[in-house]
Design a protein around this ligand. Structure first.
Ligand code: ADP
Ligand code: MG
Length: 293
């Protein structure tokens, strides 16, 4: 996993702008990296999440026009349910997460949240509604505590401490020379992949959004820490619409629906038991993982 630190001072204006209006580090990344074409419509309304239904309708998407990534993708995520996406590396799983967050605009079709096309609402309201643990978490050159609090600038000390406990960061923080005031980054502490993931999970726990995305959120954790954190994630996901992208199938067994993505289309879908019964690709992946363990 790459280590990527952004020196806050250098970002000056951009940082203050975002700090004022937005709550998520993903927004900053989006602002820095996004395609200039991704703009709010004039007088775009804010997204109103009433239930948290997500509908993908015949979505086509390519990063470069000569190579389609998602093809006529239909995907329904009912409010309050947990949908998992599995599939081989390069299948397009992270792309699904990025498109829902509107890092990129799709080429045709529509993505709707409670019937509202995500391209027709403000990006700020969309990104407020979604909390994401991305595949690669970016940390700022600031204290551990500020890095966590970035999930929600309004959070109280108590809220932050609770997120730290739930993400199992307590022992790690206690071991640091200056505790949660320890600086992270180039001239500060080097943070491991697993610790970064736990910081990202703490941010999500703080953000309190109706829609959650976990993109291989525990891939860098050992299976013992993973089990503990999966419990915390389950707790926070209860009653919210959740999209889980997983490489270890043991974390998706309880999903309401599992989608097997292959070459940008849905190859199989169903519950864990249904898919095992179909004896197709999912059943194969499951058998392989059992063997490895
Ligand atoms: P997964 O998460 O399932 O491993 P991704 O959604 O990250 O797959 O990627 C799907 C495909 O899109 C891959 O072939 C990948 O190389 C390509 N891809 C991902 N990001 C970009 C990008 N920024 N520009 C061009 N191609 C990309
Ligand atoms: Mg991925």
């Amino acid at each position: 996993m790459i280590q990527l630190f952004i020196p806050l001072n250098f970002l000056g204006f951009v940082y203050r702008e975002i700090r004022r209006s937005l709550t998520d580090i993903e927004n900053m990344l989006a602002l820095l990296k996004r395609d200039a074409k991704i703009v709010d419509l004039e007088n775009a309304p804010a997204l109103k999440v009433t239930k948290g239904d997500i509908d993908w309708k015949q979505v086509n998407f390519a990063y470069n026009s000569d190579r389609p990534i998602l093809q006529n993708l239909d995907l329904v995520i009912r409010a309050g349910t947990k949908v998992a996406i599995v599939g081989s590396s390069g299948a397009g799983k992270s792309t699904v997460a990025r498109l829902l967050y509107r890092f990129y605009d799709i080429n045709s079709g529509a993505i709707e949240i409670d019937g509202q096309n995500i391209q027709q609402v403000t990006q700020e309201s969309l990104r407020k509604a979604i909390a994401i643990v991305p595949q690669d978490t970016v940390l700022f050159n600031t204290s551990i505590r500020e890095n966590i609090a970035y999930g929600n600038p309004q959070a109280s000390d108590e809220d932050i401490n609770r997120a730290i406990r739930m993400a199992h960061l307590e022992n790690f923080i206690a071991s640091l020379p200056e505790g949660d005031k320890t600086l992270v980054g180039e001239r500060g502490l080097k943070v491991s992949g697993g610790e970064k993931q736990r910081i990202a999970i703490a941010r999500v726990l703080l953000k309190n959004s109706p829609i959650l995305i976990f993109d291989e959120a525990t891939s860098a954790l050992d299976s013992h820490s993973e089990a503990a954190i999966v419990d915390a994630m389950r707790e926070v996901a209860a009653g919210r619409t959740t999209l889980v992208i997983a490489h270890r199938l043991s974390t998706v067994v309880d999903a309401d629906k599992i989608i097997v993505l292959d070459n940008g289309t849905v190859a199989e879908q169903g519950t864990h038991l249904e898919l095992l019964g179909q004896q197709g690709r999912y059943a194969q992946m499951w058998a392989m993982q059992l063997q490895e363990e």
